[in-house]
Design a protein around this ligand. Structure first.
Ligand SMILES: [Zn+2]
Length: 314
């Protein structure tokens, strides 16, 4: 039997992780390289000549004396935690297929559950933002879904308490899933789908959906729209044109339900974003730690209050 390419890849072992990122100077060096891959450059005067002050976490320009902290302006800003704790959180969050609950993360890191929660949500937000930078293109299967209720329950009417989201899978020409995108939306209306498509699909994308009227909105955003009228029910899941989006919806539900207890509706976008981030990089498991370090070093700081807003809805 052919071994599954995703399941049997090596990933980054804890030993290898600790060898690379086990100390503060190693983590600081990794952030430095992610922030200034072509070497340090002063933000104020452009000079490259600089020195490191005190803890190696503060840089001073030799020309104009402007100072920049290693973590200022990044996701790691104003943290009181050691960088090694952040990096271990990145390791645990990326290397497990289904993510990690904040309770378990707190145990593993030796921090309070509140601290673990903040850490995890900041990292998940960085994953989500990173993942959504490039729109899907080519052939895309889309479907409407709800978090926190039966997926094929009432649509629109009676969906109170459930979080609506659009699931989209970009498939290759030979019909394999390539990239996943899941976005919480304010509802399944044509104008909402037009806005969603403008942000998440490249113009000219061929979109397959079922017969739900709102999906016609993607055509108004310059995409080609092909609707398959299924009549709903289990038969709709067997539509080959929508096969992957239905499969992925089942997978994400099982994964998140199996790992976490209850998810506040406000935070659903981050869970879906982190799941997509991992899926879209499923062949690069070993690279996920340096990649998320890079993304975090290039993501603006995120005060705790921002995490509590439902800013993430389209
Ligand atoms: Zn300067």
């Amino acid at each position: 039997m052919q071994r599954n390419r995703v399941q049997f890849q090596k990933g980054l072992s804890l030993g290898a992780f600790l060898q690379r990122y086990g100390s503060e100077p190693q983590c600081a060096e990794a952030i430095f390289k992610a922030r200034w891959p072509r070497g340090y450059r002063c933000r104020a005067c452009g000079s490259r000549s600089h020195c490191r002050l005190r803890t190696r976490k503060l840089f001073q320009c030799n020309s104009c004396k402007h100072q920049v902290s290693l973590t200022a302006g990044t996701l790691f800003a104003s943290t009181r935690l050691p960088l090694t704790t952040w990096f271990l959180a990145i390791h645990l969050l990326t290397q497990s297929k289904h993510g990690i609950s904040s309770l378990e993360l707190a145990r593993q890191l030796g921090v309070s559950q509140n601290t673990a929660w903040q850490l995890k949500h900041k990292l998940m937000q960085a994953m989500r933002e990173r993942d959504e930078r490039v729109p899907l293109a080519g052939i895309v299967q889309v479907d409407d879904a709800y978090w926190g209720g039966q997926r094929r329950g009432q649509r629109g009417r009676g969906a109170a308490g459930k979080t609506p989201f659009v699931a989209a899978v970009e498939v290759t020409a030979d019909g394999r899933p390539h990239k996943l995108r899941m976005s919480c939306v304010k509802g399944f209306r044509k104008a909402v789908l037009r806005g969603w498509a403008a942000r998440h699909l490249r113009p000219g994308t061929r979109v397959h959906s079922d017969g739900l009227a709102c999906f016609r909105g993607v055509a108004e955003a310059g995409c080609e729209h092909l609707a398959t009228v299924t009549g709903g029910g289990p038969a709709s899941c067997e539509q080959p044109r929508l096969r992957w989006v239905n499969t992925m919806l089942g997978n994400v539900k099982r994964s998140i339900d199996g790992t976490y207890h209850a998810i506040d509706a406000k935070h659903v976008p981050r869970y879906l974003g982190a799941f997509s981030y991992r899926f879209n990089r499923r062949y690069q498991l070993a690279d996920l730690v340096p990649r998320l370090v890079y993304a975090s070093a290039n993501t603006p700081p995120m005060p705790g209050r921002l995490l509590k807003l439902d800013e993430s809805y389209v």
